[in-house]
Design a protein around this ligand. Structure first.
Ligand SMILES: NC(=O)CCC(=O)C(=O)O
Length: 265
């Protein structure tokens, strides 16, 4: 499987619609790969909280429309990063879209762990409640978004649901870049799965973005890593590597589940 991660620069001087058109043509340029991955909240910027309500859309709204057309023109699967979703009851969610080469919306995932502690996304958005996997030809995809990367139990739950490849769109700040790289490798090693972590470039809402999108294999080796600027990272994934790693070094088999917690003192 060939995958391209589009590390998009979110420039506040570019309108959301111009960025959608620009990203759609970048997706079309990936004809020949199997999977294209976009970052978290690339239409608005993950930290541009003030525009969330104005730019909120439905999962089949304007971002889906441009990506679905681009996916079918290029004949690729698209993980569309995420959008600000407005649910029918008015709640906002940070929602990922997975689109087939026929342009169908085959999966959505509402970010479970919201970032910001007592402000920003954490108070403006609802929390997702469901783990999501999507079978792609050759590998089962498990979905997570940005801050989710800090919560290993989510990834273990996705492994239990069959995931072999994690796609993690992000808007990760430059000042915590070392955490990003370390956590992406940790999630790959502990779960013996591919990690495709796609961040944004540029600075928006005063937050410099890390870029440094990264692809890690099931043994924890970094197959490719971007710089800080806008960049397309294309990698070859070997679907059989997940099974062979899990077979040759069967650490997942040694889990001790169901132990009782010690009483709290
Ligand atoms: N958009 C995010 O989830 C940011 C996460 C982050 O900055 C961190 O975990 O650190």
């Amino acid at each position: 499987m060939r995958a391209s991660l589009l590390q998009i620069a979110v420039d506040p001087d570019e309108s959301v619609n111009s960025r959608r058109r620009r990203v759609a043509s970048l997706v079309r340029e990936q004809t020949g790969v199997d999977l294209v991955v976009l970052p978290e909240l690339w239409p608005t910027g993950a930290f541009a909280y003030q525009s969330f309500a104005d730019e909120a859309e439905s999962p089949t709204g304007p971002t889906y429309e441009v990506l679905a057309k681009a996916a079918s023109d290029a004949g690729v699967w698209v993980h569309g990063g995420s959008i600000v979703e407005r649910a029918p009851d008015g709640t906002l969610y940070n929602t990922s879209l997975v689109i087939s080469p026929a342009g169908e919306l085959v999966g959505t995932y509402r970010k479970i762990h919201r970032f910001g502690f007592d402000k920003g996304e954490a108070v403006m958005m609802g929390a997702g409640e469901a783990l999501v996997t999507v079978p792609l030809p050759g590998l089962v995809l498990g979905l997570a978004t940005c801050y989710d990367l800090r919560f290993p139990e989510l990834f273990r739950g996705l492994v239990d649901a069959g995931a072999q490849l994690f796609v993690v769109p992000a808007g990760w700040p430059a000042r915590r870049r070392e955490h990003w790289t370390l956590l992406a490798r940790a999630r790959a090693v502990e779960n013996q799965a591919y990690v495709l972590a796609c961040g944004t470039a540029g600075t928006h809402a005063g937050v410099e973005q890390a870029g440094h999108s990264i692809v890690v294999d099931p043994w924890g080796e970094v197959l490719a890593e971007a710089g800080a600027e806008e960049e397309v990272l294309t990698v070859e994934l070997d679907a059989s590597r997940v099974a062979s790693t899990r077979e040759q070094f069967p650490v997942l088999r040694d889990r001790r589940l169901g132990l009782a917690n010690p009483p709290r003192k």
